[in-house]
Design a protein around this ligand. Structure first.
Ligand SMILES: Cc1cc2nc3c(=O)[nH]c(=O)nc-3n(C[C@H](O)[C@H](O)[C@H](O)COP(=O)(O)OP(=O)(O)OC[C@H]3O[C@@H](n4cnc5c(N)ncnc54)[C@H](O)[C@@H]3O)c2cc1C
Length: 305
């Protein structure tokens, strides 16, 4: 642990590329001291076994463009290539993407209190929540904003900080029950790197998002899926979804419905219907469930092509 991060209090924040925090500073939503992260690793290292460790300061554009990442972890590269805009991807870091704060319009409005700003309720729940959760898992109904966290969940990636090693994405982000926070890092705890497991032989992956406009927007729903197709049969299926809950979710019912089954259109369509298992939509977010089913079907069909 660096002496600086050890002394940071709850109001202090790191600034990596600043594409999230700078906007919150401008509006007055973030007011504490800032610690600039300049010296932390932005490189991608490869172990002898062929697995990657991505430094927290690596830009999203560098991840999307890295030929070896595209080959070994195509779902990670596609998710990186699909998020935000070329300008944001060029600056934004992987650590900042995972630790970015909610994009809920009530949270971002300095005039409105909410659970994430020490308030006692979630104004989106009784207000305008058109782009919010369809899996109502906790007191705050804002969807988690990190596309990379969703893709890393599909890859069983682990996060190393300056205080802890091998945090899973649920260890880092929680289960959605904590309305006050977007992640479970302690004040001053710094993400240092993300470790990806060794890719499996013949593994395939696919990523897609549904968006409300074609440019510069967070997804309404996004899906990353990976699987091995062995003799036309799905094995080791992982499907993660973002944009639909306070944390990215694994779609375990879909995974189980595909595991060991032949990659036929009928099996894929049946499994996709299970994408919404456990969903609890809000009055305005039921439309996301239909989008999810269609997106899961498209993404899994993409795996089988
Ligand atoms: C138009 C637009 C569209 C966007 N669409 C998407 C999208 O589809 N998907 C998506 O995921 N994002 C999207 N974003 C958000 C963007 O990806 C994030 O702003 C960016 O990833 C944040 O990275 P940064 O390096 O700029 O972080 P910063 O703004 O520097 O920091 C963000 C937060 O992370 C913390 N932090 C930064 N680095 C670390 C670290 N190493 N350890 C611990 N804490 C750290 C900071 O304290 C701060 O609270 C979009 C942004 C815009 C403007």
């Amino acid at each position: 642990m660096s002496p600086l991060s050890a002394t940071m209090d709850a109001a202090s924040e790191f600034r990596a590329a600043g594409t999230d925090i700078s906007e919150r500073r401008r509006s007055g939503v973030s007011r504490g001291p800032i610690v600039d992260l300049a010296a932390i690793s932005g490189t991608i290292e490869w172990a002898a076994d062929g697995s990657a460790r991505i430094g927290a300061f690596t830009t999203i554009a560098a991840i999307a463009a890295d030929a070896r990442i595209r080959d070994a972890y195509p779902g990670i590269a596609a998710a990186a290539q699909g998020l935000a805009t070329p300008q944001i991807r060029h600056l934004a870091t992987l650590g900042g993407n995972l630790a970015q704060r909610s994009r809920c319009w009530y949270f971002r409005n300095p005039q409105i209190d909410c659970l994430k700003k020490g308030g006692s309720d979630c104004p989106a729940r009784s207000g305008n929540h058109l782009y919010h959760a369809a899996f109502d898992l906790g007191p705050c109904v804002a969807p988690h904003p990190s596309t990379m966290a969703m893709a890393l969940l599909a890859y069983d990636a682990t996060v190393a900080t300056d205080r802890r090693n091998r945090l899973s994405i649920p260890d880092l982000l929680g289960d959605g029950g904590n309305g006050a926070a977007d992640h479970l890092l302690a004040p001053g705890e710094k993400i240092e790197a993300i470790a990806l497991p060794l890719p499996q032989a013949s593994e395939r992956a696919h990523y897609k998002r549904a968006i409300s406009r074609t440019y510069a927007e967070w997804p309404l729903v996004e899906i990353c899926a990976r699987a091995v197709l062995s003799g036309g049969t799905f094995r080791n299926v992982r499907i993660a979804a973002g944009g639909i809950a306070p944390v990215p979710l694994r779609l375990t019912a879909c995974e189980a419905a595909l595991e060991g089954k032949p990659a036929t259109a009928e099996i894929v369509a049946q499994a996709a219907q299970l994408a919404t298992s456990g969903a609890k939509p809000l009055p305005m977010t039921g439309y996301k469930l239909e989008l999810m089913v269609g997106l899961v079907r498209d993404v899994v069909e993409g795996l089988a092509k």
